[in-house]
Design a protein around this ligand. Structure first.
Ligand code: PEP
Ligand code: MG
Length: 586
């Protein structure tokens, strides 16, 4: 049994067979070969090995011809490695004596060799380990031939183990067959992690290198509450985690009553509790749990897995679906936040820069790519005609200067004029707001407050940019501190700026911070009255709200600010929420 720790990003416990999802996307089930087929299977292994060696020799010939002998020699070394008598005889032994399939035997042996090289620690040896993985993939490709299966062909429940999953791969995971996933890289607020929450799949990311220690078919436990991955667990551990799985389910069921309860504090303050969605189908998840509406619709997920930019009709249909499902409740549609670690560029959109989080992302991309931006705005405004006045709101992401907000607003006005000319109906008074997720926006919130209709604090990016910590990089995940005093101060500044003498601007918190019950008393104490959260967390957040009073929340916020150190703040908040709502303690 092997236990690996990573970052827990989506709660729940999943137990089942592993499916390694590498760059090659191989799916190896753990079946054995029959005794009578052993010689045939060994023959199949040798045929695959010969084919792979012929391929590598061809690479050697071409490299020698074009680049010179030294380069060709690299491939010569690969052939020597592939034909090494130790490797060949070990694979044969696993087939003959342990009746493994050649695929599985190759996987076991080559993973073992690669790992030995990796453990030697030098860069040279790490590169040789990569050569071995490459050889393994070539052999598997050859052996599996047409049998190679894609993730979309899954027919039995599995736990996906991958170096990384892109947001589109995550979104395409089949909910009925994928029980959970683990990745070697990734951070708690990466978009892959957010999608895991949306799909309600237990997930752990940022585990570090571990794939070489697992074989497809191994029994795995993913504990999305503790951030653990257990490979080949012993019986007692399986029993313990199954019990935890059941306890989680019954705890969640105990919160059932919260679905229909109003999110009103014990002393009578109504908190607006909205849902974050990536896909129109999630609107139902939010409403089932009693959300007041959608506080963040991340529309960039319309771009997932498509070859071409979505048309105006694609946008329009998606927005109409959400509006229709909401039955008059509000929806905040955020314009495209493409770029960085989100959805890669599609069609004619410009390529990423070398520092994408600081590059042409989000509203910057929309303002440079006006036609696409206008297409989206036209669709939102037309769809808004189907909703009660003011219930569809438009929000611009990553606003970093007043000028940027003004430009975006001007594009909306242009689009309205075009729609007028075309005789289309749409609401002129659509509220226009902005994400506060760049420190400059929080610092200048008082100036923005004079021009915007609402603020929504995106703590995921606000933390990343304030603390200069990549939200997706596990190497710095310990520096990504949600409860950092700098973040608390920025939130307070935004709340104060929104409280204008002659008009109050609504402030929502829509980053992952607001989905964590531990931070809720703090946020309410800082003056927040609207939160937009992962649908799954709505019942537990309601449970906290209904047991909290405003004076208590204010005390908690003041004390947290006084503590001054993020670790102390975290522990303190955890302690307070467990006193308020002991049933939430896992
Ligand atoms: C945020 O940054 O907090 C946010 C909600 O936006 P996203 O996670 O989509 O970048
Ligand atoms: Mg953001």
């Amino acid at each position: 049994m092997l236990v690996k720790r990573g970052i827990a990003v989506s709660p729940g416990v999943a137990i089942g067979p592993a499916l390694l999802f590498g760059a090659e996307n191989f799916k190896l089930s753990r079946h054995y070969t029959s005794k009578s087929a052993i010689e045939t299977e060994i023959g199949r292994f040798h045929a695959a090995l010969n084919a792979v060696c012929t391929d590598i020799e061809e690479n050697q010939r071409v490299a020698t011809e074009r680049l010179g002998k030294e380069y060709g020699a690299i491939f010569g070394a690969h052939v020597l490695m592939a034909r090494s008598p130790e490797l060949v005889s070990e694979v044969e032994r696993l087939i003959r004596e342990e009746t493994n399939t050649p695929e599985r035997a190759c996987e076991i042996v080559l993973n073992k060799y690669a790992k030995l090289f990796q453990e030697l620690g030098s860069r040279y040896h790490a590169e040789r380990a990569q050569d071995i993985y490459d050889l393994k993939n070539r052999l598997l490709r050859q052996l599996l031939g047409k049998q190679r299966q894609e993730m979309t062909d899954l027919t039995e429940p599995v736990l996906i183990l991958a170096h990384n999953l892109t947001p589109s791969e995550t979104a395409n995971l089949k909910r009925e067959f994928v029980l959970g996933f683990v990745t070697e890289v990734g951070g708690p607020t990466s978009h892959t992690a957010i999608l895991a929450g949306a799909l309600e799949l237990p997930a752990v990311v940022g585990v570090g290198e571990f794939l070489s220690e697992v074989t497809s078919g191994d029994l795995i436990i993913i504990d999305g509450d503790r951030g653990e991955v257990i490979i080949n667990p012993i019986e007692s551990v399986i029993a313990e985690r199954r019990a935890a799985q059941q306890k989680n389910e019954s705890n969640y069921a105990a919160l059932e009553i919260e679905r229909t309860a109003e999110p009103i504090t014990a002393d009578g303050e109504r908190i607006q509790l909205l849902g974050n969605i990536e896909f129109p189908t999630e609107t139902g998840h939010c409403l089932e749990r009693g959300a007041d509406g959608i506080g963040l619709y991340r529309t960039e997920f319309l771009y997932l897995g498509v070859e071409q930019e979505p048309s105006e009709e694609d946008h329009y249909q998606a927005y109409c679906r959400v509006i229709e499902d909401l039955g008059g409740r509000e929806v905040v549609i955020r314009t495209l936040d493409l770029g960085a670690d989100k959805v890669p560029s599609v069609g004619g959109l410009p390529a990423e820069s070398t520092n994408p989080a600081l590059g042409l992302r989000s509203i910057r991309l929309s303002l440079q790519h006006r036609e696409g931006f206008k297409t989206q705005l036209r669709a939102i405004l037309r769809a808004a005609a189907k909703a009660p006045p003011g219930s569809v709101k438009i929000m611009f992401p990553l606003i970093s200067s007043l000028n940027e907000f003004r430009q975006a607003k001007m594009v909306v006005r242009d689009v309205m004029d075009d729609l007028d000319e075309a005789g289309e109906s749409f609401p002129r008074e659509v509220p226009l707001g902005m994400m506060v997720e760049v420190p400059s926006a929080a610092i200048l919130a008082d100036q923005f407050a004079a021009e915007v209709d609402f603020f929504s604090i995106g703590t995921n990016d606000l933390i990343q940019y304030t603390l200069a910590v990549d939200r997706g990089d596990p190497a710095v995940s310990s520096l990504y501190r949600t409860g950092d005093p700098a973040i608390l101060r920025l939130i307070r500044m935004v709340v104060a700026a929104a409280d204008q003498p002659n008009r109050k601007i609504p402030v929502t918190v829509c980053g992952q911070m607001s989905s964590d019950p531990k931070f809720l008393p703090l946020l309410i104490g800082l003056g927040i009255r609207r939160i937009s959260v992962t649908p799954h967390s709505i019942p537990e957040l309601k449970a906290v709200i209904r047991r909290l009073t405003i004076p208590k929340a204010k005390d908690i916020a003041t004390h947290a600010e006084w503590l001054g150190l993020s670790r102390g703040i975290d522990n303190y908040l955890q302690g307070e929420v467990s006193k308020i709502c002991p049933q939430l303690v896992r």
